[in-house]
Design a protein around this ligand. Structure first.
Ligand SMILES: Cc1ncc(COP(=O)(O)O)c(C=O)c1O
Length: 331
């Protein structure tokens, strides 16, 4: 818990989020392993991305790349955008976001409240052509954003290639989990956007104990966003990362010499059902990817070899940004 004192900025309040055992959910489901939820929505802007956003801004500041008044640019599906907006405002910067099409309407409203500069794919020269031809080919997409930022004297902070993203989790989230669980961690379960949290936390925990099993979770093919099926239930903010085409690969795995042990696919309907159950059993009201992490953690807990073990699920954010989606609609 935070100390009883007056803080001077939300930047002082990032991290030290609670690790909570979902005891009622475990009991109701007859689980024979402990499921610990790392509740990242306790961060000031409401998600796991506060850690990377603040670390990336502070690093750019320390290296003299930015000074107050400057404009920071990034591409985001929502949470990183919200986090960068929060710390840009708190530390005296402007923030421009290229928002992924189709994010929930709450995310757009939140970003508007923070006063960000909004950009769509069509605003960045070359991006619509790239998307039409090759889809979101990371390197080419990032270099178009870099060019756009350079032309305006903006700083492109690039969460997809910024080492401060995984580093933030090696420095904070990993040690917080290890210490809170007193070294009793057997499995880590996390979803993947940039891969910063899976790589950073996974690397830290495996250094502490090489037997920790790191499980990356991705949306099942039928739960991936697809413009052809706009009504489909999806997991917002996260991506497929396992055996994807070269141009969509997450570079952090290679750069950090880190490999996950397993990739599990989760159907959005099953993740939503876990979210609806958990809010009733334990009063923990999760976002889509966080509910998916709990669903997979529960499935892992049912494995024979997991009996008596401890599974940590990274719960990236809470439900408030998803109330316009179907997650809590079938109560
Ligand atoms: C809802 C949600 N869950 C999980 C993640 C995973 O974060 P990371 O970028 O660390 O892989 C993100 C990232 O933006 C997210 O928005």
């Amino acid at each position: 818990m935070a100390e009883r004192k007056v803080y001077r900025s939300i930047a002082e309040l990032v991290g030290e989020t609670p690790l909570v055992e979902v005891t009622n959910y475990e009991k109701k489901n007859g689980l024979k392993a402990r499921v610990l939820a790392k509740l990242e929505y306790f961060n000031p802007s409401g998600s796991v991305k506060d850690r990377a956003a603040l670390a990336m801004i502070q690093d750019a500041q320390a290296r003299g790349e930015i000074k107050p008044g400057d404009t920071i640019l990034d591409f985001s599906s929502g949470n990183t955008g919200i986090a960068l907006a929060a710390y840009a405002n708190a530390l005296g910067y402007k923030f421009a976001v290229v928002l992924q099409p189709g994010v929930s309407e709450e995310r757009t409203q939140i970003l508007k409240a923070y006063g960000v500069i909004f950009l769509e794919f069509k605003d960045v020269p070359g991006v619509p052509e790239l998307i039409a031809e090759k889809g979101l080919a990371f390197d080419e997409f990032y270099s178009l954003l870099q060019k756009y930022a350079d032309a305006r004297g903006w700083y492109y902070i690039n969460q997809g290639r910024n080492p401060e993203n995984p580093n933030a989790h090696i420095a904070t989230t990993g040690p917080e989990i290890w210490e809170a669980a007193e070294g009793k961690v057997d499995y880590l379960v996390a979803l993947v956007g940039t891969g910063g949290s899976l790589v950073g936390i996974g690397k830290y925990l495996k250094e502490k104990n090489p037997n920790v099993k790191v499980i990356g979770v991705q949306p099942a093919p039928e739960s991936l966003k697809d413009n052809r099926y706009p009504e489909r239930n999806t997991l917002d903010g996260v991506l497929a990362f396992h055996h994807v085409p070269k141009e969509r690969e997450i570079r952090y795995f290679e750069e950090y010499g880190f490999q996950y042990d397993e990739c599990v696919e989760v159907n959005a309907d099953d993740a939503y059902a876990a979210g609806r159950e958990l809010v009733k059993t334990d009063g923990i009201f999760l976002g889509q990817s966080a509910a998916a992490a709990i669903k997979v953690a529960a499935d892992v807990a049912r494995r024979k070899e997991a009996e008596g073990k401890t599974i940590v699920a990274i719960c990236a954010d809470n439900a408030f940004k998803y109330l316009s989606t179907n997650i809590y609609k079938e109560a």
